[in-house]
Design a binder for this molecule. Structure first.
Ligand SMILES: C[S@@+](CC[C@H](N)C(=O)[O-])C[C@H]1O[C@@H](n2cnc3c(N)ncnc32)[C@H](O)[C@@H]1O
Length: 284
């Protein structure tokens, strides 16, 4: 009798290879593509986000206290895909040094300005993609929140290699297909189901392959975002579609039609996120 032996890691790799990511344009590098989509998003809507208000919400306070459990005043910390420094800047105030990796220039500039405004001088910055970041030292805490930087077995195991204390990943646990964008918009425009390149369970099972038994905690994370105009919603969908595929002129009409049939009475549209998020963490 033959036994089938396939590692969890190779199952994840197969899911990536067959995923919707395979439609992505490859004439530009991953870093250029990231800068292109994120800069477009920032210029159209991201600049409106009030980070000071965001950092006062109960959801932020809960998240911040989850992370504070992993550090002391002497800790060295690495934040992978730090964005505007939403978590990195306040956490830097609690630790010895914090290195923030963020390959998108507009976000890096916002993060540096905010760190300077808050008088935070113990941060170091890198504009590398996580896969390119040179590891010269180990950190007490290595973490990544709400980012696609840890996207395959190699980038996951690199986190482990970078740490001498804890690794923490926070991401959504809800299957992507349950969200409006992946469940309805993507299939309508691309003409096929969205195939995700894995999920948080791939983190846990791949770590298991390496003899690492990760912990997991999940919680509800419900929120609503409202856009006032059709153009705002269509722009938002087009920016997200651009991460996976090239979009043609026909897409515009389909998106507008979708908007009109799903808008509120006052002409606005509500993005309803009823989700479960999770934290996966392990001791190195
Ligand atoms: C949704 S934002 C989250 C930012 C921040 N971690 C937070 O929780 O507020 C995701 C960030 O991950 C970054 N990112 C995506 N892919 C990356 C990669 N391969 N290496 C490093 N950062 C990446 C993006 O540029 C973006 O700033």
């Amino acid at each position: 009798m033959s036994t089938i032996s396939q590692s969890w890691q190779s199952i994840w790799q197969s899911a990536i290879n067959c995923s919707s990511l395979k439609h992505r344009m490859d004439r530009i590098s991953e870093k250029e593509r990231l800068n292109l989509t994120e800069e477009t998003w920032y210029k159209k809507m991201g600049y409106k986000i009030n980070l000071d208000d965001q950092q006062k919400t109960p959801a932020f306070e809960e998240q911040f206290s989850r992370f504070k459990r992993f550090v002391t005043k002497d800790s060295t910390v690495l934040d992978i895909g730090a964005g505007f420094g939403r978590l990195a800047i306040p956490l830097a105030k609690e630790v010895h040094t914090l290195t923030a990796i963020e390959p998108v220039r507009v976000y890096m500039n916002v993060m540096k300005d905010r760190a300077a405004r808050d008088g935070v001088s113990n941060m170091q910055f890198s504009e590398d993609l996580w896969s390119d970041f040179p590891l010269h030292e180990k950190y007490d805490l290595v973490y990544s929140t709400w980012s696609t930087a840890v996207k395959d077995p190699a980038t996951l195991m690199k986190m482990h290699e970078a740490s001498r204390g804890y690794c923490v990943l926070e991401t959504r646990a809800t299957p992507l297909q349950k969200l409006e964008f992946f469940g309805q918009i993507y299939p309508m425009i691309v003409g096929e189901e969205f195939r995700p390149p894995g999920n948080y369970l791939n983190f846990i099972t791949t770590l298991y392959d390496h003899g690492i038994y990760a912990n997991v905690k999940t919680w509800r994370f419900d929120r609503e975002e409202r856009v006032q105009t059709m153009d705002d919603a269509v722009d938002f969908w087009k920016i997200n579609l651009g991460k996976y595929t090239e979009i043609n002129g026909e897409a515009d009409e389909k998106l507008k039609h979708y908007y009109r049939t799903n808008m509120n009475q006052d002409g606005s549209h509500t993005f309803n996120y009823k989700e479960v998020y999770c934290m996966v963490w392990w001791k190195v």
